[in-house]
Design a protein around this ligand. Sequence first.
Ligand SMILES: [Zn+2]
Length: 278
Amino acid sequence: MRLGPSLIVGLIVAGPAPLAGAAETPWSRVEHASLGKPTAIGGPSNGCIAGAQSLPATGTGFVSIRRHRNRFYGHPETIRLVKDLGKAMDTHNGRLIMIGDLSQPRGGRMNSSHVSHQNGLDVDVWLTLVDSPAGAVRAAPEGQDPPSMVTPDGLELSSRFGPDQLFLIRTAAAEPTVDRILVNPGIKRALCRMEHNAAWLRKLRPWWGHDAHMHVRLKCPPGSPHCQQQAPVPAGSGCGAELAWWFSPEARTPTASSSKPRARPRPPAQCQVLLRGS
Ligand SMILES: [Zn+2]
């Protein structure tokens, strides 16, 4: 089947959407983090977080947006990463990074937008920079995402992507606590060309959407024995054949299996205890 350009664009640049058929989850009704030692439990797509910290609404070089969702909790390593990125941006150009969803107060499944972000180690970082918290409200009003950084055909960077975006992505990739960063294939390919297959590109993983934000995932931190580490990112910059696949007709064609809801695994036992606890 050949796809018209508009469908292809939709596939490549589609942003977060409500989860099809997602039932309301009890995790979304949890209002507070649990007390005690911060511990990431399970994996990003089936886990939870005990003793989470909350990200402040603003700090040096960053502003946390859409706070009413109550998804600004994470492992202290995640909070530290956001603060470090903010400080780096502040020194770089004095502007603010907009921080999107982290995790719910105890992590777990969300009602909308994400399958992952469950164990306090994922954070969405928008690639549009702003000059003030008020600017963030204008740049990311409810129900409208900041602009895409790739062209409508999904093949190249848009004119919005500049040295500040490169700085932001490279700074995050250089952080030793960061395991991987999901970005649109169009972003990864452009950076592979620009940065001549530099080693830090390895952490950039091409994925659908992710054209207006990057999704940063941390490694399982020390002191979280039940945290489930994802399989390591393959060796090399990832700028070769694997990346080329994303631009193949196969990658750009929707399949019946990709639209089927996946069976939901049973949450780790520690998470069930955490959900019931005070
Ligand atoms: Zn994300």
